[in-house]
Ligand binder design. Structure first.
Ligand code: 7TS
Length: 411
């Protein structure tokens, strides 16, 4: 069995037919599939260890606490955080970014300050900044994307004029979920740090696809979701530097995060407890730890290389499909494992519906990137996004399906 066949065998869901055709799952940008190991971790927890954490002195509670805190330590190692207390469990990227917007930004930003972000952000890393800017009288500014199809990536030269002393926060995506652009996160963080600005990286699309080292990147906060990295839904992480997290006022308050409560008020524990009020998502956190083990066994460099390989094949094969417009990086430039494209005469929702007949799972729409779509003169694109279990043969199925669709609608 080849390595790829062995990897595919780890994912039970892949071995099914859809509309009488073998499933070709190319919607990994939305969510990834789960290996048996992760599913087993959930079952094991609920069958053997289920109990509330941090409060009990009985055997099950201690086992659950050990497994939950073990997952935190595992995830710290996965992103090379200095301390497990820098890992806050959340529901996902969206909640992680909102915590920074509510707790850090509202406390640190004032009228006249600038939040700098990019023109390629997912709404999750855009709307929370607009909201907090409105609340405190700050302004949101955008690093432009270059080229008619955003093929040039971020305009790094514009940083010279954009990084003024008023910039207090730089928030950017590591890999664009629509363009596939890989942003130079270390360079962006270094430029922000030089003017004393705090940095937030949206790692939703990169976390399961590349090696991430928060210390080497030099970021202050990093947000990601478990479900895009072979883990369960409903669990994600906010990484923050310990000094920042320990000072940060909690966004939510309640049980588990207090040192002492009187009828007059309360005092907070240090991180991570202060940022995890209430019973946490224990089972999914533990299974996320199992996903880290799985990805590291396959090797994140190998996954990144596989993504790049499939994206290059897809770019080559899709570029000769009649009527297609591909957006994002060109000519072998770094590109995450996804390709977005549009047909002049066929709506993305029709493409996705027709492709479904061929067993393909694609995504069509604005991908929560409405301002970027408007800038590119598009209302929607179709996106094929790859992961460690996808094959080059699946790209042939995609191309054949797109040719059929083009022929049906345009002739
Ligand atoms: N940031 C980026 C770059 C994303 O791609 C997504 C989800 C999010 C944030 C939000 O993550 P969540 O887990 O909190 O929802 N992106 C997509 C997508 O491209 N298609 O469906 C969800």
């Amino acid at each position: 069995m080849s390595d790829l066949a062995r990897t595919r065998a780890d994912f039970p869901i892949l071995h099914q037919q859809v509309n009488g055709k073998p499933l070709v799952y190319l919607d990994n940008g939305a969510t990834s599939q789960k290996p048996r190991r992760v599913i087993d971790a959930l079952v094991h927890y609920y069958e053997r260890d289920n109990s509330n954490v941090h409060r009990g002195l009985h055997a099950l509670s201690m086992r659950a606490t050990d497994a939950y805190e073990g997952a935190r330590a595992r995830i710290a190692k996965f992103i090379h955080a200095a301390d497990p207390a820098e890992i806050i469990f959340t529901r996902g990227t969206t909640e992680s970014i909102n915590i920074v917007a509510h707790s850090w930004a509202r406390a640190h930003l004032k009228a006249g300050d600038v939040i700098l972000t990019t023109e390629m952000e997912h709404h999750s890393n855009l709307v929370p900044w607009q909201q907090v800017a409105r609340a405190v009288g700050a302004t949101v500014r955008y690093i432009p994307v270059l080229g008619a199809d955003a093929e040039g990536g971020l305009d790094y030269a514009a940083l010279d004029t954009l990084l003024t002393p008023e910039v207090k926060l730089l928030a950017f995506t590591h890999i664009s979920n629509t363009l596939g652009t890989i942003n130079d996160a270390a360079r962006l963080c270094a430029r922000a740090r030089a003017i004393g600005a705090t940095t937030v990286i949206d790692a939703a699309q990169s976390i399961g696809h590349a090696r991430i080292d928060v210390q080497a990147l030099g970021c202050d906060f990093l947000a990601f979701s478990g479900h895009k990295m072979c883990g369960p839904t409903g669990i994600g992480v906010l990484y923050g530097r310990r000094a920042l997290l320990d000072q940060l006022a909690p966004d939510e308050t309640g049980g588990g995060m207090v040192v002492s409560v009187t009828y007059e008020g309360a005092t907070w524990k240090p991180s991570p407890e202060r940022h995890e009020a209430g019973t946490p998502n224990i089972a999914d956190a533990i299974a996320l730890g199992a996903a880290c083990d799985y990805l590291d066994e396959i090797g994140r460099d190998a996954i990144a290389a596989h993504d790049h390989h499939l994206a290059q094949i897809a770019m080559e094969k899709l570029s000769v499909v009649p009527g297609i417009r591909i957006i994002g990086p060109r000519g072998g430039q770094p590109r995450g494992g996804l390709v977005s494209f549009a047909f002049a005469e066929v709506h993305a929702h029709d493409v996705v519906t027709f492709a479904d007949e061929d067993g393909l799972a694609l995504r069509g729409g604005h991908h929560c990137n409405q301002p970027l779509m408007r800038k590119l003169g598009l209302t929607s694109t179709t996106r094929a996004s790859f992961y460690l279990y996808n094959t080059a043969a699946e790209i042939d199925v995609l191309v054949a399906s797109l040719r059929r669709i083009q022929k049906f609608f345009v002739g």
